[in-house]
Design a binder for this molecule. Structure first.
Ligand SMILES: Nc1nc2c(c(=O)[nH]1)N[C@H]1C(S)=C(S)[C@@H](COP(=O)(O)OP(=O)(O)OC[C@H]3O[C@@H](n4cnc5c(=O)[nH]c(N)nc54)[C@H](O)[C@@H]3O)O[C@H]1N2
Ligand SMILES: Nc1nc2c(c(=O)[nH]1)N[C@H]1C(S)=C(S)[C@@H](COP(=O)(O)OP(=O)(O)OC[C@H]3O[C@@H](n4cnc5c(=O)[nH]c(N)nc54)[C@H](O)[C@@H]3O)O[C@H]1N2
Ligand code: SF4
Ligand SMILES: [Mo]
Length: 707
């Protein structure tokens, strides 16, 4: 391998941000050698990570000159992917889109985007679908990620920004409750704020069916039954009322709807809730007293309670608790959700979601359509209406569902989606699939055309981190020859589809200028943000409606975002999961993440240091269950759900409930957790139930060595 050529060569360390998660650690990338391509350092001056990085960040430049990097477009000829020129590949994709539109109408073309894309790309992809293709059917992998918390935040507060305050506020909170977030593994550098919080005498509580690295750092651990968080939240609110801890003045002046919620939680008495959740009454009481008597307290949500078929109601149940205790808007207090993907926040603001237009505008609201159509120079009536959500879109691929042609940019849906056997069949039934990616992932293996894209360090753009802070991802490395950027790819395709005049963007900055105009006056208003300001101010938090506006690091101090300025309580009831354990499928199966791997693993499985540390997914099983099923450490266990089968080596550990099994979803093939997962969708967010499937053990093989 040759050494990594960095541009500009005189800048030996360029400030930029990590390619992976929503923490978007600041990093300094310097010149590299064959052994250590592109030296990486945590940026000590970026106030979010303060110089810390996790193992994925430290090893991230490995991907830039990886031997598996795609460096030529590929086109399938007689069943085989073969190198092709850019013109041939782009023509093939454009021709497939045009032919599909002609024969079946524009909605027969699907577009699937990503929270990994910069704001500029997310914006452009949404515009590409609506203007160049004219399809309603665009959605993205953030539907699998942030959609339940987003819907709950919109319902309660009238706005969806993951955290309503900077992460540095965590250290000032007397009590923090983490609900189904394993931040110690999924946002490792965030733990510095929790460490400071606890050194200052603060308390941390964690709700999770597993005693995770995060739970081990906590003062109080609530080992909840999977799928019962809503009942737990209602039970906590019942106790808050009983113990007279509720904030009457705040409820009266700043909220509506409390009476209905108070009535709804009346049946959630502690004995009942203890049966539903497995959490002891004394523990619930302790937690409620901590939260209710602290001067400052935060409830922070992760994917655990959100990735359920009742994820939105569950998030609202915890928001109800936060509102009843008067937390939102108070210093170092409130409810928030910890965003997942690198641009999981910005990715949901600029119009790649089936129901959205840029600036968090809604595609079904006429004045919103008019505002965006004006910026795009199109007739509002020409904009499609709301399309299918991520899983629904994938489930509609092929002649039966009617989506015949698909463009995927930034997601490995063949590993990350529920009910994978079904998704595999749907992908195979497409007339045409184009994948833009830097690597040949499991989804690209189904493609007819593969367009090799730049990676994060090879182009600039903006990302919006978990605090709503818009940051600048800078160009650090020269891309290999033969590769193009997503913005160029979309322009070339739009041109071939006859909309070139609407996509004449030659840089991310060009796109950002239009994005600013398109978001002006919307909920997620970026119109006052410029690249220069971001560089000067270490990021700017939206909403930021003008260049002299300081940005908004903290929301809700005076008002909530609903027109009357008040927050809304939402009465919600516990209900069973789509797939509850029974005599045939006796275990809860839940999924999540390893510190060393990222999402579908498409990137991190290529990094030697990471696969060495975590070569396989392990099935966590409690010793009592392991004894019953004769499972030893390293035994190969075959699991079956009502959808499919998967095989894992066992990790016997008391750090999980005896009724629950866990595996990460970072692998495909026979080790794919998503073979088992149920595509039951939340009725509001259309989030699949990634966190709960009923499974049984169907075979136990001889132990193999595990790391
Ligand atoms: N290392 C690493 N970091 C990442 C990622 C990654 O893949 N790897 N991905 C990024 C992305 S996209 C995201 S969305 C975030 C996700 O960040 P997290 O939300 O922290 O991630 P998960 O591990 O999916 O789920 C969190 C926890 O939910 C628990 N859980 C399972 N079922 C339930 C339940 O019914 N109730 C409760 N309360 N908890 C439950 C699991 O045991 C798990 O510990 O991480 C981001 N950061
Ligand atoms: N069972 C189970 N399943 C889950 C989850 C779970 O907890 N359990 N979590 C869900 C969640 S929260 C998420 S976010 C999804 C994530 O799962 P995916 O949507 O599969 O996301 P990634 O694995 O991050 O895949 C990103 C792909 O995009 C490529 N890529 C990255 N940046 C760019 C870019 O700028 N341009 C282009 N063209 N390509 C790019 C990468 O190379 C990679 O191939 O998985 C979901 N699936
Ligand atoms: S915490 Fe997230 S942003 Fe920071 S280095 Fe790790 S993966 Fe990258
Ligand atoms: Mo995510």
């Amino acid at each position: 391998m040759t050494s990594l050529p960095l541009v500009p060569p005189e800048a030996l360390s360029v400030r930029t941000h990590c390619p992976y998660c929503a923490y978007q650690c600041g990093m300094l990338i310097g010149d590299g050698t064959a052994d250590a391509p592109g030296t990486v350092q945590g940026d000590p001056h970026f106030p979010v990570n303060n110089g810390e990085l996790c193992i994925k960040g430290w090893t991230s430049t490995t991907l830039l000159r990886h031997p598996d990097r795609l460096t030529s477009p590929l086109v399938r000829v007689r069943g085989e992917l073969r190198p092709a020129t850019w013109d041939a590949a782009l023509d093939a994709t454009a021709e497939a889109i045009r032919a599909t539109k002609e024969r079946y109408g524009p909605d027969a073309v699907g577009v699937f985007g990503s929270g990994a894309l910069t704001n500029e790309k997310a914006y452009l992809l949404g515009k590409f679908a609506r203007v160049a293709v004219g399809t309603a059917n665009i959605d993205y992998n953030g539907r699998y990620c942030m959609s339940s918390a987003a819907a709950a935040g919109n319902r309660a507060f009238g706005i969806d920004r993951g955290l309503p305050f900077p992460v540095s506020d965590i250290e000032k909170a007397e009590v923090v409750l983490l609900v189904g977030s394993n931040a110690a593994d999924t946002l490792p550098p965030i733990m510095q704020w929790f460490d400071r919080q606890r050194r200052a005498g603060g308390r941390l509580a964690v709700i999770d069916p597993r005693k995770t690295a995060t739970a081990r750092a906590a003062d109080l651990f609530l080992p909840v039954t999977p799928g019962s968080d809503l009942a737990l939240a209602n039970g906590l609110l019942y106790l808050a009322v009983e113990e007279n801890l509720i904030a009457r003045k705040f409820i009266e002046s700043r909220t509506t709807g409390f009476d209905a919620v108070r009535r709804a939680v009346l049946t959630y008495h502690p004995a009942h809730v203890e049966r539903l959740t497995g959490v002891a009454e004394a523990t619930m009481r302790k937690l409620v007293r901590w939260l209710g008597s602290a001067r400052s307290a935060m409830i922070l949500s992760g994917r655990g309670p959100e990735q359920q078929s009742k994820g939105v109601d569950t998030a609202n149940a915890f928001i109800n608790l936060a509102l009843a205790l008067g937390l939102p808007g108070k210093p170092a207090s409130g409810w928030g959700t910890l965003t997942g993907q690198g641009n999981g926040q910005g990715g949901r603001e600029h119009g790649q979601k089936a129901d959205q237009l840029p600036g968090y505008r809604l595609i079904e609201v006429d004045p919103h359509r008019e505002a965006v159509a004006k910026v795009w120079g199109v007739d509002p009536a020409s904009l499609p209406r709301k399309g299918k959500s991520a899983f629904e879109l994938l489930d509609a691929l092929g002649p039966e569902g009617g989506i015949r042609s698909l463009l995927v940019m930034g997601s490995n849906v063949a590993v990350a989606s529920p009910d994978l056997t079904r998704i595999g069949c749907r992908l195979a039934a497409l007339d045409h699939l184009t994948v833009c990616d830097a690597f040949l992932n499991e989804t690209a293996a189904h493609a007819h055309v593969i367009l090799p894209a730049y990676q994060w360090a090879e182009e600039e753009g903006t990302m919006t981190n978990l605090e709503g802070r818009v940051i600048h991802r800078r160009r650090v490395a020269r891309p290999p020859t033969g590769v193009r950027g997503d913005i160029d790819i979309l322009r070339e395709l739009a041109d071939r589809l006859g909309s070139g005049d609407k996509f004449a963007f030659h840089s991310a900055r060009d796109v950002f200028e239009e994005l600013r105009r398109a978001t002006a006056g919307g909920t997620a208003d970026y119109s006052g943000i410029t690249y220069e300001r971001i560089d000067r101010e270490d990021g700017v938090c939206w909403p930021c409606p003008s260049e002299d506006h300081p940005g908004t690091p903290r929301l809700f101090a005076d008002r909530f975002a609903h027109p009357d300025g008040k927050a809304r309580f939402f009465a919600v009831e516990h209900r069973p999961a789509g797939d509850e354990p029974d005599a045939h499928y006796p275990f809860y199966f839940t999924t999540g993440r390893y510190r060393e791997h990222y999402n579908s693993g498409a990137q991190t499985r290529l990094v030697g240091a990471l696969t060495k540390a975590r070569p396989h997914p392990l099935l966590q099983i409690h010793p009592a269950a392991a004894t019953r099923h004769r499972v030893g450490g390293g035994s190969v266990v075959t699991l079956e759900s009502r959808r499919g089968r998967a095989e894992f080596r066992a990790e016997v550990t008391p750090a999980i409930r005896p009724d629950t099994l866990f595996a990460p979803f970072h692998w495909g093939g026979s080790e794919a957790a998503n073979q088992l997962i149920n595509p039951a969708l939340d009725p509001t967010s259309l989030m699949p139930e990634f966190k709960l499937a009923a499974v049984r053990i169907v075979a136990v093989g001889t132990p193999v060595e595990t790391p």
